[in-house]
Design a protein around this ligand. Sequence first.
Ligand code: ZN
Ligand code: ZN
Length: 639
Amino acid sequence: MAEQNHKVGSRIAQDEKLRMAELERIRHSAAHVMAHAILRLWPHAQFASGPAVDTGFYYDLELDHRITPDDFPAIEAEMQKIIAANYPFERVTVPREQAIRDAQSGRLGALTERPGQPSKFKLGNIQDIPEGEPITYYKSGDFIDLCAGPHVERTGDIGAVKLTSVASAYFKGDERNPQLQRVYGVAFKTKKELDEYFAMLEEAKRRDHRKLGQEMGLFVIDPEYVGPGLPMWLPKGTVICEELEKLAKETEFMAGYLRVKTPHVAKAKMYLTSGHLPYYAESMFPPMELAEDVKPLNRDALTREGAESDSTVQRSNESTAYYIKAMNCPHHHRIFAAQPRSYRDLPLRLAEYGTCYRYEKSGELFGLMRVRSLNMNDAHIYCTPEQFADEFNAVNQMYLKYFKIFGIEKYVMRFSTHDPAKLGQKYVGEPELWKQTEDMVRQVLKDSGINYIEVPDEAAFYGPKIDVQIWSVIGREFTLATNQVDFVGPKRFGLEYRDRDNTMKTPLCIHRAPLGTHERFIGFLIEHYAGNFPLWLAPDQVRVLTLNDNADLVNYAQQIVNELRANFVRVSADFTPAPIRAKIADAEAERVHTMLVVGPRDLQAGAVSIRVHGKGNLGAKPKADVVADILQAIKERRP
Ligand SMILES: [Zn+2]
Ligand SMILES: [Zn+2]
């Protein structure tokens, strides 16, 4: 079974990889075509660099004319002509001296030589190419660009393009450099894919978590009193947070995790030890300086005698810096260190829905997606190298279990590995551990048939990592969480366990957070479900509605409400004499998941008519069956 899965998994991963590589070539080639088109309109434009990005491509350029969306149709029309001409992309390798000469004559990133207008940014780019590395041009029609490639074979291979926006950018992102215009576009293999992409964006706008979150009363951000990027969960949003926590707690309990609780602050010493200070300081809230009270040493004795008074408390002259925590790991490391550990205690899995605070720049804050306070589905697994593969696999299986519950059908695990040439600089200098853990992670991924791609040279400083990317039902991509191996943290904190052979050893640590943070995950779920949460997750699960306000009928309906509430179902009642049609419309508008409608005939038959939000009337059933069905669907967390 594992073998079969393995093949399917790697085939999907392989297809995805090829598709992405092709899309990237199309996008980057489209940047060349856009530059070509802009030069036909403004031959003196100076181009800097034009890479493919996640959603398409851009090219940075300097031009006295300010490009606006009004110019897009003219640029796109020229691009269409260049695509129709089907020019081949020809690769030419040139000696450095020639490249410099061509840049000086203005020929690079241009259609002709431009005497007196050297290709200044290209000249800078040539100087960045290390001596001895080949310098290549790509030529398509008259357009010659300094570029390392790769591209599609011919301009005609670019199926569909559209320009989307224009922004400002500094050359090489440095404010001291000249300000450039950055023109963005998207490109796809076919017109159909392009249309689908824009349709998806439209749908995403309709499902925008900020809009729906407000409409549904899930959360509020109060920049004036609380602060930007610090969402507060309203009662209905809190229901979702707590249902997710319940799911995590049950799942982690079954998987042998132990729960801990830690404070939101710690001394600077904690983060100097972890290495977050000073390197991560700008992503943390600034420190609080506390002048500690110095109490007499034998405080217990004093207290017993009731002799403690203000006069015995002295103020220290020295203050201590406390930081609000940006991550939970250091606290968990100290919990590991709080007791002597032996191999028998491992694996030790410490879990906490920990609240962290990160200082994101205000310009980068975005709804629930980029925030300053994060409720994280966190846990740290301390294990021996022998236990590592099983633990890592169990974490991956937990992801898959969650994907199933949430109906997440498309995902990919991006496995980032180190580059041995950069050991000791970009990556901690532990060649054996890197090789060993990466081999184990790769094996686990292969054996379990998980859909993954391997990305060289993108690991964290302290170990290989897996970024989990998921797609919402409408096809938008989200980075959900990161799953990391860490062989630095435990060492920095001096964590040790006594092994079988009586020697002290350092455990490995796995950081994992399959449900990410409440903020990001609920932001994703709002879009994924378009606000129509499944029964187990819906803030309003059931509403009982009566056809009229007849006393016997209301009494019967109230019994149903009581029975559901006694079973912890979030149930409300609408027994008013208003027309049933209006009562149903209200419940639908409020996204109540299940509506139970009772009329005189139901009362007589001991039945209930069921309506499900968005699905309409599902007919009548005996009351006992309806209640049992609802409880079962919630218990199973039916999608
Ligand atoms: Zn290129
Ligand atoms: Zn961690």
